[in-house]
Design a protein around this ligand. Structure first.
Ligand SMILES: [Fe+2]
Ligand SMILES: [Fe+2]
Length: 232
């Protein structure tokens, strides 16, 4: 039994979005995902897929992308990314019913992994695209959602946590954020995030140990689409 993670598949089986314009690493990236997952992951493993799954604008237009993910090995836990338009966070239960026993959508809930609770939410950080006030509002909304995930796990008796975010936990100016503070408050062992594309962005946030927590970036192009083992 092992826990793996990979983010930012950006699949487009039902659209003409070609990721090749973003660099060689994206050429036939879905083939790399399929090959690497089948080589590394077994059906006894858990695979957290850390957001930006699809370019499809709604469920109908991402059916084939989600089927591709369903056919990857392991118990697949899905986190919401900023491009996942098919996923209304208020209707997560509906998605969980629709993909029952095939995909597990993580929002306001948690999933067990041995003694650990897998908790998470999309997160948010200021990237210079909106006002600081708007970014703060989105961060607060995501913190509320993350707290619900922690509460659900705590109520079920869990006190060991692995925390997933799609966005990096801090923006490029910060070493500390509301996300690092909550992770430290709950004694989280690892924080795993994605979203950062291109080598100029891979160092945007915390990598490695920080205040007793291990931070890992798992965006697809950073890992050349090879899922990383988070723990045995
Ligand atoms: Fe992405
Ligand atoms: Fe993203």
């Amino acid at each position: 039994m092992a826990l793996y993670a990979l983010g930012d598949m950006h699949l487009s089986f039902q659209s003409d979005k070609n990721m090749d314009i973003f660099g060689r690493v994206w050429h036939k990236h879905e083939k790399k995902i399929e090959k690497n997952c089948n080589k590394l992951i077994t059906d006894e493993d858990t695979f957290v897929i850390v957001g930006d799954h699809t370019w499809g604008r709604d469920l109908e237009h991402c059916h084939d992308d989600l089927e591709f993910i369903c056919n990857l090995p392991g118990r697949k836990i899905m986190l919401r990314g900023n491009h996942d338009m098919f996923w209304n966070p208020k209707k997560t239960e509906k998605l969980n019913a629709l993909y029952k026993d095939r995909l597990y959508f993580l929002q306001n809930n948690f999933y067990p992994y041995g003694d650990y609770a897998i908790v998470g939410t999309k997160g948010y950080c200021y990237e210079g695209k909106d006002t600081i006030e708007h970014a703060d509002m989105l961060v607060d909304r995501e913190i509320k959602r993350l707290r619900k995930s922690f509460d659900a796990a705590t109520e079920a008796g869990y006190d060991k946590f692995i925390m997933f975010l799609h966005y990096p936990p801090t923006n490029i100016f910060e070493k500390k954020s509301k996300f690092t503070v909550i992770a430290e408050a709950y004694g989280v062992e690892q924080v795993i995030y994605a979203h950062c594309h291109g080598k100029d962005r891979w160092n945007d946030s915390i990598l490695g140990m920080n205040n007793g927590i291990k931070y890992s970036l798992v965006s697809g192009d950073f890992l050349d689409f090879k899922p990383v083992k988070i723990m045995d």
